[in-house]
Write a protein that binds this ligand. Sequence first.
Ligand code: ATP
Length: 319
Amino acid sequence: MKKIAVLTSGGDSPGMNAAIRAVVRKGIYSGLEVYGVYQGYAGLMEGNLKKLDLGSVGDIIHRGGTILYSARSEEFKKDESQAKAIEHLRHLGIEGLVVIGGDGSYRGAAKLTEKGFPCVCLPGTIDNDIAGTDYTIGFDTALNTVISSIDKIRDTATSHDRAFIIEVMGRHAGDIALFSGLAVGAESIIIPERPFEIEDIVQKLHKGIERGKKHSIIVLAEGVCTGNELSKLLVDQYQIETHVSVLGHMQRGGSPTGLDRILASRLGARAVELLVEGKSGRAIGMQKQEIVDHSINRILNQKDPLSEGVYTLSQQLSI
Ligand code: ATP
């Protein structure tokens, strides 16, 4: 193998740049030429590729977002679009592709692999919703952003004796809500993976008031309902007033944490090794501190398990 390419796809996540840097530097270290594909699969269909050198990934390890830009493309789901993408890659003599993104991006890579083009995937998403890895690249940064935001909201909640609903990202996954909720000592954590009873939330709010608590924090994963919907339910049915804070896209930005930079660097370097070893259709992750790789299709058919221990603990500590 002499030439490989790398792209970022789907929602951006902090640490994607560190992963790109690792792929480029490890590739060059291994004697390869490395190309960057701009704008994800949309750019790949258009042949929007550029050779990257050591300097082109300098000064990016600490930056959020992705220097290769990201995109979503419905068009790429068509067989003929995937064939076109492979044509562009082969035309440049590229023999392997590293895809950094979420599960949708993995599906695209699985299709290219099926059509005979070797791909390996790295989990780049803040949602932590990919099986086969304990954490995804960007999750730790998003978690810390949420924690510091809630800490600030807590100051005002305490000063004004208020209950706050904090709506956090995660799409269909509750990891951001669960981990941040545990880390800020939230009274209630509501996630899509577990049913919730509105009465439990109300009971906790009342218990808190009885104990003389000055604030209440309810962390709500966006995959359940909106903060405003929950707030309306509480006021309509129980006459409980809450304030809603939707953290929004700030959760996807910012300089990656040390853990995300290291995870991205290690997984990015491993992606190059796998391609050089002639392996393809692999999804790379970190499980129990070890770098592992699994078949992309297996990962796509597997449900990412909820961290049961963390969930149980959050319940026990918020009584
Ligand atoms: P995030 O988790 O941040 O949303 P993602 O990678 O899951 O990231 P998607 O928008 O679901 O984001 O997927 C990214 C792109 O992958 C899509 O825009 C599309 O181009 C490609 N893709 C998704 N599903 C398929 C599929 N079944 N076949 C081919 N390509 C796909």
